[in-house]
Design a protein around this ligand. Structure first.
Ligand code: SF4
Ligand code: SF4
Length: 415
């Protein structure tokens, strides 16, 4: 760990009260002490005091964290467990290396938009050429085991053309109130272009000039897996590109990207990164605070419930803005679900690395959604949309999952 003394100072704050057990989604499913914050703190303290080694078991336990921050918010001593787990993962990568697959994805694809677009195109062709159908029909993945068939079923429908290739780099209007930049994130770009179009439509309705600068992955997948170096390189590229765009605000539709972009200031510590980070706003927060928001006139007569992405609610403190925006839609009925802020089990690649556990966590979220009787579940994170849609599908549910931007965009008349 970069600063063992500072880490130990946090670890020493644990009073072993056990309050974190009540809110940890992993503990809720496993009842295993090493997975809860208190257990992880015990292990990390012993490692820093040289009583434990970075064994494969330690590596596995550190990989079992959703980085959802629920424990930190519950903890009377406010121990930043997710940050300590990320530090532990970085230490493991420094001392033991990274898996071949992750190393290649992070170092050769995330930093290169051309390669990432090529991989997304291959995914699209795999789905559209009939190869996916053939592989599923042959049941070969089931025979290979390791939950490969289930993990393959998580693969979302890829966009034939990435969102950023479908739209101009500048969408301008007459007498703009502000000039803003849109950070699309990888999932909107390659998987959910409809979300991107909805964000643009809503922003255009607010009379803004919208720039979509050259951009790269925010770096959170690399950082959460312990690859700090790649995350820092991506952060530097994004900061330079967006600062050159000369905008009043940087808007993102992804809770995880938003949390990471705001972290750039501490992560890089440069004046440029601080200037950039202060401009980052979630889509909902921007509409709620930065402009006098104009919702459309159309009634949307549906019952809606809302899931708080961990990285929006606890990561960025955005709680009421999405609810206020939903509440502004005419004809809509809103029902709060039970545990709206409990993690859905997505957590980046957690659902790929630990499919069964993620599905159990996702199942609890689905039950909470279904209990509301809502027709539509709205959220503000493409990663949550993927995980919740997948788990609703496993339950043969007809509940529609929408990004908040998609819901709001429906209120405006078609051009
Ligand atoms: S961050 Fe979330 S998953 Fe990780 S220990 Fe804390 S509550 Fe559990
Ligand atoms: S809530 Fe905080 S102080 Fe209490 S056991 Fe968990 S990590 Fe330790």
């Amino acid at each position: 760990m970069d600063n063992p003394a500072a880490a130990l100072e946090y670890l020493d704050r644990c009073s072993k009260c056990g309050s974190c057990q009540a809110v940890c989604p992993l503990y809720g499913e496993t009842r295993a002490e090493p997975f809860v914050a208190r257990g992880k703190i015990f292990l990390l303290k012993n490692y820093l005091e040289r009583k434990l080694d970075l064994s494969p078991k330690m590596k596995e336990i550190m990989s079992l964290c959703l980085l959802c921050k629920a424990c930190t918010y519950q903890c009377p001593n406010k121990i930043p467990v997710d940050e300590l787990v990320i530090q532990a993962r970085s230490e493991i990568v420094r001392k033991k290396g990274m898996s071949f697959v992750k190393k290649n994805v992070f170092q050769h694809f995330l930093k290169n938009n051309g390669r990432l677009s090529f991989a997304a195109k291959m995914g699209y062709l795999y789905q559209r050429s009939g190869l996916q159908w053939l592989i599923r029909k042959s049941r070969i993945l089931e025979m290979l085991g390791h939950d490969l068939a289930q993990k393959e079923s998580l693969l979302p429908q890829m966009a034939g053309v990435p969102f950023r290739n479908q739209v101009p780099r500048l969408v301008s209007c007459r007498e703009p109130r502000l000039r803003v930049a849109y950070y699309t994130g990888c999932l909107t770009n390659y998987v959910f272009p409809n979300t991107g179009h909805a964000v643009l439509k809503v922003l255009q309705e607010q009379q803004l000039d919208i720039v979509i600068p050259e951009q790269w992955c925010c770096g959170i997948p690399a950082l959460a897996s312990g690859d700090e170096k790649t995350a820092a390189e991506l952060a530097r590229k994004n900061v330079e590109s967006f600062n050159n765009a000369g905008v009043d605000a940087v808007i993102t539709d992804c809770a995880s990207c938003g949390q990471m972009l705001r972290k750039y200031a501490d992560f890089l510590g440069t004046p440029g990164s601080k200037n950039f980070a202060t401009k980052v706003l979630d889509f909902s927060e921007f509409l709620d605070k930065a402009v006098s928001f104009r919702v459309g006139d159309r009634d949307i007569p549906v019952t809606v419930t809302y899931h708080d992405p961990c990285h929006l609610r606890r990561g960025q403190g955005v709680v009421e803005a999405p609810r206020r925006l939903i509440g502004s839609v005419a004809g809509l009925r809103f029902i709060e679900m039970k545990e709206p802020d409990r993690c859905c089990g997505s957590a980046g690649s957690f659902n790929l690395d630990h499919y069964r556990l993620a599905s159990k966590i996702g199942h609890r979220k689905v039950q909470n959604i279904l209990q509301t009787g809502a027709d539509v579940m709205v959220t503000g994170c493409p990663s949550c949309i993927m995980q919740i849609s997948h788990n609703l599908g496993l339950n043969h549910s007809k509940v529609q999952v929408l990004h908040l931007a998609e819901l709001i965009s429906m209120t405006y008349a078609d051009e």
